[in-house]
Design a protein around this ligand. Structure first.
Ligand code: URP
Ligand code: ZN
Ligand code: ZN
Ligand code: ZN
Length: 517
């Protein structure tokens, strides 16, 4: 049905990939709050008009009959060219964002991680921002990871960096409670860092696993002679994830810091979020595509290369966990969905061929998230199309405080728009995907709901199976502090120094509202 959907391929005047006036006609616009039949006019990279029977002579016409016209997906959790576990993840900001737009995602948030090199959070932020600006084909934002508070004996350096990156457009800090010896931050630093983030109006994000227990579990399994990928799962059971969620939620609540738990993978961990929400804590839970679609049997594949593809942390769990997570989205115990896209090819995975603790952790998903979720959530009848838009786009835009610039089809918003055909199946083949690895964890899977056209800032970057991208067209979008998780806290006086008076050279000082001292 290529002739009637999307752009007519016979049109010789096609200027794909360039900003142009686009009139999307005859589709059903789906926002998080409602859906309605409407045309959408795009001018100068923005949505200019939403309504019936729009006329705009000279605009390129996209026929959206039978399609949903939705805000482009926002993936709040990706890792491009991440130096990690002795190697560097394969997809960079170019292949990663190309795959994103091919799958209907138009905004990604990566993590600037000062890892494997003695650089500061501010330097990591500037490095990642530069990489993203040079290579991205869609807009992006950044979180900054804090792995310690003491750099070169200077306990104030990181504190200054945190304030500075917030000024430069970061409203979220990531803390790893696992990966002991590399990324893991200790609890006493976590308390202070949450308080600092709270003071700055930035969200505290946690990778929640008890890294000390994981390390003990790994040692025990290796001693027992378990070296294969299944050891990865055995060393990180759900309790080890749930305990860290519980601990993080209590610490965050004690210091009044809003908390975002990334990649919730188990029912046990999810129940800790439900408990915290019931107590009134400011907490949100992120599911990832892999957790909602895959299950642990893959890690037990007799073929080592195949099993290793599914090694990520926290591990992919049981089918019961998978179903619980899907239902958690429905009941809003979980708030939104990312991917944690972090890819290593077979050769890189084989770094751990004799020792599961050395298998680089991570799975793909950026190109499949939108279609996989449409299939599992909407096609199954569990979520409405509006709920789908909320968990794949709007909620992230609101949490990271870039709504309504992103996350909605409305006049004045960025023209990040997708046309999704709910009656067409998308079949995934690793030979056709746009990511930079030699396999795909969804190889030969088919999903109801195919993204036929993707528009990024008024450019048609994906249409009928073809990419029209230009490297470097993506912009860094600053995420302002004090977003919706801080509602009601904006005007409260808060001194993080109250939580670590003893640490701060005895000096009691706070960071003021502008992030200066
Ligand atoms: O296994 C994973 N999740 N790899 C990416 C890094 C992280 O922990 O998010
Ligand atoms: Zn993680
Ligand atoms: Zn608990
Ligand atoms: Zn991650």
């Amino acid at each position: 049905n290529t002739a009637e959907s999307g752009v007519n391929p016979d049109d010789v005047k096609i200027t794909f990939g360039k900003q142009e006036d686009i009139l999307i006609r005859g589709g059903v616009v789906v926002n998080a709050d409602m859906q309605f039949k409407s045309d959408v006019l795009i001018k100068n990279g923005k949505i200019a008009q939403v309504g019936l029977n729009i006329l705009s002579p000279g605009a390129r016409i996209l026929n959206a009959t039978g399609m949903y016209v939705m805000p482009g997906g926002i993936d709040p959790h990706v890792h491009f060219e991440l130096p990690f576990m002795g190697t560097v993840s394969k997809d960079d900001f170019l292949s990663g964002t190309q795959a994103a737009v091919a799958g209907g995602t138009t905004f990604v948030m990566d993590f600037a991680i000062p890892l494997g090199r003695e650089i500061s959070p501010l330097e990591a932020f500037e490095q990642y921002k530069k990489l993203g600006e040079a290579k991205s084909v869609c807009d992006f934002g950044l979180h900054v990871a804090i792995t310690k508070l003491n750099q070169d004996g200077d306990r104030e350096k990181i504190v200054r960096d945190m304030a500075e990156v917030v000024k430069r457009g970061v409203n979220s800090f990531k803390f790893f409670m696992a990966y002991k010896g590399t990324l893991q931050i200790e609890d006493h630093d976590l308390i202070r860092a949450f308080a600092l983030a709270r003071e700055l109006g930035a969200i505290s994000m946690v990778h929640a696993e008890n890294g000390d227990l994981v390390q003990e579990g790994q040692r025990k399994l290796l001693r027992q002679g378990i070296h294969g990928p299944e050891g990865h799962s055995f060393s990180r059971p759900p309790e080890v994830e749930a305990e860290a969620v519980h601990r993080a939620s209590v610490i965050a609540n004690q210091v009044g810091a809003p908390l975002y738990v990334v990649h919730v993978m188990s029912q046990a961990a999810m129940e800790e979020i439900a408990r915290a929400k019931a107590k009134g804590y400011r907490i949100v839970g992120e599911a990832i595509a892999a957790g909602l679609t895959l299950n642990e049997t893959a890690v037990f594949d007799r073929d080592w290369n195949r099993a290793a593809r599914y090694v990520m942390s926290p591990p992919i769990r049981s089918i019961d966990d998978q179903h619980a997570l899907v239902n958690g989205l429905k009941t809003r115990t979980l708030d939104l969905v990312g991917t944690d896209h972090c890819t290593f090819d077979t050769e890189q995975k084989r770094l751990g061929v004799d020792d599961f603790t050395k298998i680089p952790n991570g799975v793909n998903g950026i190109e499949e998230r939108m279609t996989a979720l449409f299939d599992r959530l909407v096609h199954t009848g569990k979520l409405t199309p509006s709920d789908y838009v909320r968990v794949t786009s709007t909620e992230a835009a609101q949490i990271f405080n870039i709504y309504p610039q992103k996350g909605v089809i409305a006049v004045g918003s960025d023209a990040d728009v997708i046309l999704l055909d709910p009656s067409k199946k998308k079949v995934v083949y690793h030979t056709e995907h746009h990511i930079n690895i030699d396999y795909n964890v969804y190889d030969h899977w088919s999903f109801w709901g195919s993204v036929e056209t993707t528009i990024s800032n008024g450019r048609i970057v994906w249409n009928n199976g073809t990419l029209y991208t230009e490297q470097g067209t993506g912009r860094f979008v600053p995420t302002p502090a004090f977003g919706k998780m801080f509602h009601g806290l904006e005007s409260e006086t808060f001194h993080s120094s109250d939580y670590f008076a003893g640490h701060s050279n005895g000096k009691k000082k706070g960071v003021n509202r502008n992030g200066s001292y």
